[in-house]
Design a protein around this ligand. Structure first.
Ligand code: ASP
Length: 324
């Protein structure tokens, strides 16, 4: 009897595991686009970036093999990048003109077209969790500032003092900008993070998180928390996460436009991303985008000298890269 039970259990395991491993899945991540050069970035720093991107990618890949939902994967993967001081999201985000850190994030579910976003928050440890909570536990899509923090607190999310986000490098970089009296440079903002996923159940999901532009002021909000600008997902077409000079991405409705090009013009996800980057070029904007469709085809396009990026697919293909 015991052996029969054991054999049955073994059979069930053998049948259930391939259900997920055989299904198509794909994950693409970015850690920001901007001006970067192989010569100027030390090998040590390149290795650190690649190691963190790989850690995030491996986590996402493992979750997808285990059959996790795209939403859970995107949020967990982005949390890894937010917790790393290397990126301009969560810990290590850029400073505002007033020497504070203000964070933006958003998520969108391709199956339901539900979305959640927060902007200008100063004390939520993981903004991506707050964006998800807005989507799942509020009747709204977009919360900002103190209200967003109050909501996050009520949701039981971790609240931290603004100092938690501060790093020496970002402080120094603000100092330099203030000296030059410049608002920003695409080098100093680098490090917004994003993730798009197709899960083994055929659903797609997108998320993006950022500290925004270095030396920003007047409550400036970029594209990252704006659904249709920095983030978009629709099972019919694609999931998109953007990085770059947010004002241009807002003006172009960048992320939604990629989905529209696929929906109305039948472009592939790669063609749609290339076409949208060409529009960014025309306006002299800079940045990059990651996207994938409901079939696991992916795109990673940018018009800067580099974009921290990586992808993994159920086919076993996997890559992490920084420069063009
Ligand atoms: N897109 C972000 C913003 O404008 C910044 C970035 O991705 O580098 O706030």
């Amino acid at each position: 009897m015991k052996t029969l039970k054991f054999q049955l259990l073994l059979l069930m395991l053998l049948v259930s595991v391939p259900v997920f491993t055989q299904q198509k899945f794909a994950i693409v991540i970015h850690g920001g686009a901007g001006v970067m050069s192989k010569e100027k970035m030390s090998e040590q720093l390149q290795a650190e970036y690649k190691a963190k991107l790989t850690e995030a990618l491996n986590l996402g890949e493992k979750m997808l093999i285990d059959g996790a939902a795209a939403a859970d994967v995107v949020v967990k993967v982005i949390k890894v990048l937010e917790d790393s001081p290397l990126f301009n999201a969560g810990k290590g985000a850029v400073f505002t003109h007033d020497g504070k850190v203000e964070l933006d994030a958003s998520v969108m579910d391709g199956k339901t077209l539900k979305a959640g976003a927060i902007a200008g928050v100063r004390d939520i440890k993981n903004p991506i969790n707050a964006a998800r909570a807005v989507m799942d536990h509020s009747e709204h899509v977009f919360l900002s500032g103190k209200g967003a923090s109050e909501f996050a607190r009520k949701q039981g999310l971790e609240i931290v003092p603004n100092k938690y986000f501060h790093t020496k490098q970002r402080k120094e970089s603000l100092k330099q900008l203030l000296k030059k009296e410049r608002e920003r440079s695409s080098k100093d903002n680098m490090g917004t993070v994003g993730c798009v996923v197709l899960d083994a159940h055929g659903n797609i999901f997108a998320g993006t998180s950022t500290g925004g532009m270095n030396n920003k002021r007047y409550g400036r909000i970029g594209d990252t928390p704006i659904i249709g600008a920095g983030t978009y997902a629709d099972n019919k077409t694609c999931a998109v996460s953007c990085t770059g000079h947010g004002e241009y991405f807002i003006r172009l409705s960048f992320a939604r436009d990629i989905a529209a090009l696929m929906e109305y013009k039948n472009l592939s996800v790669a063609e749609a991303c290339k076409s949208e980057i060409a529009k960014l070029d025309e306006l002299k904007g800079t940045g990059g985008v990651i996207a994938l469709d409901n079939n696991g085809n992916i795109a990673m396009e940018f018009n800067t000298s580099g974009m921290f990026r990586g992808f993994a697919k159920s086919t076993g293909e996997k890559e992490v890269a920084i420069f063009k």
